[in-house]
Design a protein around this ligand. Structure first.
Ligand SMILES: [Zn+2]
Length: 155
């Protein structure tokens, strides 16, 4: 009986570890935010000039060239909504215009696997400042204490 109980304890420990792993945000290789939870992954990265680069990765976070995906984004800035279009450049998709002024607003990224495919929408809160803990931009922070559901940043 003791063996069975130990086995049960071991499998509970494994389940707990798996759950913890699933909840942890994936750090984007370029320093941006991985908006997807499953491969193929999509990374949203804001460049220094505030243009946006969208990159694609496989499950091992190896870079994958875009293959006909159509990406657009809507920045819901305080000064008004701005639509961003993306074009292919250097193995990724880049926005044709920079993000609007300020931060603390929502961005909706729409990804279609092809021009005919149904769009998938990903939402993120754009915060420009750097996180003191993980040293990543706040919108791409991978610290675990963030309450994503409330959409609030407690820094
Ligand atoms: Zn952080």
């Amino acid at each position: 009986m003791k063996t069975i109980r130990n086995l049960l304890l071991a499998s509970f420990a494994l389940l707990a570890a798996a759950a913890a792993f699933a909840a942890k945000p994936i750090p984007g290789p370029k320093g941006g935010k991985i908006v997807t939870s499953e491969a193929p992954h999509v990374e949203f990265f804001v460049e220094k000039d505030r243009t946006v680069t969208v990159s694609f990765y496989d499950k091992d976070l190896k870079s994958v060239a875009p293959a006909g995906q159509v990406v657009s984004a809507v920045a819901e800035a305080k000064t008004g909504k701005v639509n961003l279009a993306f074009t292919a450049k250097d193995g990724a998709l880049v926005s044709s215009a920079p993000l609007p002024e300020g931060d603390g607003y929502r961005i909706v990224v729409q990804v279609r696997d092809s021009a005919q495919a149904k769009p998938k929408n990903y939402r993120l809160e754009f915060h420009d400042e750097v996180c003191g803990e993980c040293k990543r931009a706040e919108y791409a922070c991978v610290c675990e204490e963030h309450d994503e559901k409330a959409g609030e940043h407690k820094h």
